[in-house]
Design a protein around this ligand. Structure first.
Ligand code: 26W
Length: 814
């Protein structure tokens, strides 16, 4: 009898199911299965169980005619699914046993799954955490997005520089998606609009091209519940008959061209979080997924209710930033042109249906589209936007008669140069609730970019501070700490993260502190292993692991961290015998492919590492590493192994941050500015347990207003001068001494927009305090434990409960 037959008759049902899928789905003999084969087979077992939960959730919601929330987002940074699915299904033990049966470890099996990296950074990962919490809270909910064939590029480092490789994550299929053959909607582009003579007749959009949006669903499991949620991703498919026509007449090139012209809509995620790139295609992507999603929402509503006047009672549509803001005009078009509702009634419904979250104040990331481009791609929507704007400005003029400047600032159209549609204004006017993502950010929103809107509608603007899912960022990423928590405070924290506060008294228990430090040590060994495999650099797990992981951006100030590291290097060389605290500076993050300065910063980090890591005078007491290809799975290894969390953005620039939450939750101490959610982290874990430094937001504004002169600081600060001179003079690029001249000049002569020089001394002082504390292992442990204990409020379950209550008006038991 061969092993596969033996497995089939084995008593353990789970293992038998895995072997059945190895044969029937994967197509290998169980005895010959590779780790990836086992991953696929285990995923199939989980998929079946989730599918059962799915049909049950769906039937319940339909029967109850439940109110639903639809979360529209250009990005969902899911990462791997298997571990999370098995945890939700309570099948982890079975899966580990099945892996062992095939002489593999579950970790190795799980690591063969490719990340679903359908996002750039914080906004996309937040959407993924939100799906997890919506399912866990049992909210009737849908996520809607794009099924990009190529996700976030994979980052390699060659010669110190970022190299981008394509990420064809679905090329070989994914076990997690369910193609919905029957669910497809036409999405139209271009052409012109005809206005019939009779005012009773609807305008007719004579479009120039059309693509079909096909639905691919993923199940999102809830934890501690049988409930699941759905992520529906749209793929663009060209209409087949036209394709065939050209093909049949022998014009293969034209057939392919036509196909590409439309199907390229869902090909690639724009690797860009600062400037809208590939303008027209990006706009087409936004409209494509928004239109398909809203058509789907309206069709589902009509199927369940047979009428549209109650749409706002039954659905909430949430706009994750302005990328789906064209949905405001699209819903109006569907209601007025296609469903023939009167304009005023349609507008009342639209405003009640939509809500909008802003994720950034950075002017370059606020979307505006040239009127001429919208005219070209979406002519009917432009008319609708003009009418919305007209009626809005008539209303606003009544609030402040004669104040033309007020109206110009409010207008959906920026008329200061080439006329442009301000998408944030469209989102605000079309929504009944608008929120920022941290207390500071929400305050700045109503004081700056939305001040005029807040004067008109103060009640629409609220704060909802971000959160992260403790299932992925604690239970899954940090099994060591999760186990210690379970033994110490019970296991309810997974679903009720406020329970972490019960940890606080244990900081006084010496034995507990030892256990806590032992868990951290093991996580640092795991991280050191990853670093060695990924970079061939050997780091000491007993050194202080100082972590800055996030997108590379000037405002996040990775460069300030580098300046501090170079200062430390120079100080160590000046006094090599001193008792330096050994440190490992760990960086990771991607730079947008077109963002030259960010790429140069990556190169500098690697160049500094190349010098420092091999300087024998340091005796290994300072290492600098850049971990390639930062993403969800890499973050799951880094977060648990961090001692220090670097959150050093110029005050007033980081909307919230969520990496700051993941790190603190895993016991890292924050070195941070008074920015974004750092402020609330400090409030929750205690002033004594974080290192806050530097200019605060009003001081940043005052410094700039007073005529900031970075050169003055350079000339009066010998330590900083030595650092900048070394970098500019080629100490870290001996083969090309002028390599970083431009970078240093941007600080000295280019205005140092993000005030690195102004914050340099305060930052170094904060780092000196970190060193002093790290020497006292016991004191350090107390503070790290206080961080974990104070992070209960930063669960995305709390965040989603607030959205459900204050924005979506959905019942929850929280
Ligand atoms: C137009 C292209 C584009 C794409 C993405 C512009 C802007 C974005 C986002 C605003 C970028 C982003 O991810 N923002 C981050 O959102 C997180 C979740 O709220 C916050 O924690 C971060 O502070 C914010 O930078």
């Amino acid at each position: 009898m061969n092993t596969s037959t033996a497995a089939l008759t084995a008593p353990d049902r789970f293992e038998a199911q895995v072997d059945r899928h190895l044969l029937s789905t994967v197509g290998v003999a169980p005895a010959d299965a590779s780790q990836s084969d086992i991953m696929h087979a285990v995923a199939q077992v989980a998929r079946e169980a989730l599918s059962r939960r799915w049909v049950a959730s769906d039937a319940t919601d339909r029967k109850a005619r439940a109110r639903r929330v639809c979360y529209l987002s250009m990005e969902f940074l899911i990462g791997r699914t298997l571990g999370n699915a098995l945890a939700a299904l309570d099948m982890q033990g079975d899966a580990a046993a099945a892996a062992r049966q095939h002489a593999a470890s579950f970790e190795d099996v799980a690591s063969t799954e490719l990340d679903a990296a359908l996002g750039n950074g914080g906004l996309g990962r937040l959407a993924a955490c939100f799906l997890d919490s919506m399912a866990t809270l049992g909210l009737p909910s849908f996520g809607y997005g794009i099924r990009y064939e190529y996700g976030m590029f994979a980052q390699a480092i060659a010669g110190g520089r970022q190299v981008e490789h394509p990420d064809p994550w679905v090329e070989d299929g994914t076990p997690w998606e369910f193609p919905r053959q029957a669910v497809a909607y036409p999405v139209r582009f271009g052409g012109w609009v005809e206005h019939p003579e009779s005012p009773a007749a609807a305008p007719v959009w004579r479009h120039a091209g059309q693509v079909s949006a096909k639905a691919y669903d993923m199940v999102i499991p809830g934890h501690g519940t049988q409930r699941v949620s759905t992520l529906r991703l749209w793929k663009a498919v060209a209409p087949a008959q036209i394709d065939l026509h050209a093909f049949n007449s022998g014009d293969y090139q034209r057939a392919a061209e036509y196909k590409n012209q439309f199907e390229n809509i869902s090909w690639v995620l724009y690797p860009n979080d600062s400037t809208p790139a590939g303008r027209e295609l990006r706009l087409r992507q936004e409209y494509f997924f928004t239109s398909a999603s809203i058509q789907d929402i309206v069709a589902r509503h009509l199927a369940e209710h047979g009428r549209l006047d109650n749409l706002a009672e039954q659905v909430a549509i949430h706009l994750n930033d302005t990328h789906p803001a064209i949905g405001v005009a699209e819903l109006m078009r569907l209601l007025v042109d296609e469903q023939r509702l009167p304009w005023a009634e349609a507008w009342a419904i639209t405003q009640q249906v939509f809500s909008y979250t802003n994720h950034t104040l950075m002017p370059e990331a606020l979307e505006t589209w040239p009127v001429s481009l919208i005219q070209h791609v979406l002519p009917r929507h432009l008319e609708i936007i003009f009418r919305i704007n007209h009626e809005f400005l008539v209303m606003a003029a009544k609030a402040r008669p004669g104040d033309d400047a007020f109206l110009r600032r409010l207008s959906l159209i920026d008329e200061s140069g080439e006329r442009r549609v301000r998408m944030a204004h469209l989102a605000v006017v079309g929504s009944h609730k608008i929120n920022g993502v941290s207390a500071l950010h929400s305050k700045l929103l109503v004081e700056t970019i939305f001040a005029d809107f807040a004067a008109l509608w103060p009640e629409r603007f609220i704060n909802i501070t971000n959160g992260v899912t403790p299932r992925r960022w604690l239970a899954q990423a940090n099994p060591g700490l999760a186990g210690l928590l379970d033994r110490t405070i019970g296991s309810d924290w997974r679903l009720h993260l406020e329970q972490l506060s019960r940890l606080a008294p244990h900081a006084e228990d010496a034995a507990f502190r030892q256990e806590f430090l032992a868990v951290k040590r093991a996580n640092k060994v795991r991280l050191a292993d990853h670093i060695r495999t990924a970079t061939r650099i050997v780091v000491d797990p007993d050194s202080l692991f100082d972590v800055q992981v996030k997108r590379i951006h000037e405002y996040k100030r990775q460069l300030l961290n580098v300046l501090q590291i170079v200062a430390r290097y120079q100080a160590m060389l000046a006094d090599p015998e001193a008792d330096w605290v050994p440190r490992t500076a760990i960086f990771a993050g991607k730079a947008a492919s077109s963002y030259a300065m960010a790429k140069n910063i990556i190169r500098l980090i690697n160049d500094v590492g190349a010098v420092v890591n091999h300087d024998p005078r340091l005796g290994g007491r300072l290492k600098v590493v850049f971990v390639p290809n930062y993403g969800v799975s890499v973050a799951e290894v880094i977060m648990p192994g961090a001692d220090v969390s670097e959150q050093i953005s110029t005050a007033g620039t980081e909307a919230s941050g969520t990496g700051n939450m993941k790190l603190a939750m895993n016991g890292a101490l924050t070195v941070g500015t008074d920015d974004g959610a750092n402020i609330e982290i400090r409030e929750n874990v205690g002033d004594d347990n974080v290192f806050i430094f530097g200019l605060k937001t009003p001081e940043v504004e005052a410094t700039r207003a007073a005529g900031y002169q970075p050169l003055r600081i350079y000339e009066s600060n010998t330590k900083l001068k030595a650092v900048l001179d070394a970098i500019a003079g080629g100490s870290f690029s001996p083969d090309e001494p002028a390599r970083y001249r431009g970078l240093v000049d941007s600080l000295l002569w280019g205005g140092d927009h993000y005030l690195l020089l102004a914050d340099f001394d305060a930052y170094c002082e904060a780092q000196a305090k970190v060193d002093a504390l790290y020497r006292d292992r016991d004191a350090w442990a107390r503070k790290a434990i206080a961080n974990v204990a104070g992070m209960g409020t930063f669960s995305s379950d709390r965040t989603i409960a607030e959205y459900a209550r204050e924005v979506w008006k959905l019942p929850t038991d929280r």
